[in-house]
Design a protein around this ligand. Sequence first.
Ligand code: GAR
Length: 220
Amino acid sequence: MSEKKRVVVLLSGNGTNLQALLDQEHKYSYQVVGVISNIPDAYGLERARQHKVAALGLDHKAFSSRTAFDLRLIQEVNRFDPDLVVLAGYMRILSPEFVDRFAGKLINIHPSLLPDYKGLGTYKRVLADKKPLHGCTVHFVTPELDSGAHVIQASLEVKATDNEESLMQRVQTMEHQIYPLAAHLFTSGRLQLKEDKVLLDNHPINPLGYQLKENALELA
Ligand code: GAR
């Protein structure tokens, strides 16, 4: 395989998506070269260290403003010279300065079928609304929260017996498959953002759609 592309991951918590990215990098065209967390004791940093990947805790509370923090974050991310910046449970709104700096090479995963259920507490709200379907979306990041162009969506049927925990577990199982795939499509040069449109192999696409069927993801 030609040289691997460089991925930097930003996170704030457990880091199961980081773990999935690390576990699958052997079969894909990217390598995670750095992990940064705004929460210094996030378990995701420990996962990075265990994998011998550079891990940096940068406490946003030590900065006077969002912009001041994000300007430093830009510097730290740039030190890794990334081809792609991946938000994996990064639970802090990014300033326009940061988003503009990495526009077109900044992706996020969100636990809903966007544009439905932007923001926090998606599982609770989906259950309260008795929705038949839930899922997750990989999208390019724009300054507006959870609003950039969609790359991949994966959906599942909500069961009558589901609670927040069971739903989250099944959605995260899908996240752990579609996020490494999205990183691979981007870093292998097949996926790009052009004039706010997602192109796959130079053709505009609707998001790639997957469905969870009997524990396996199938292209919808
Ligand atoms: C993921 O499920 C991701 O979809 C969500 O945070 C979780 C992080 O889990 N992200 C958001 O809600 C962003 N709006 P992880 O730390 O175990 O990867």
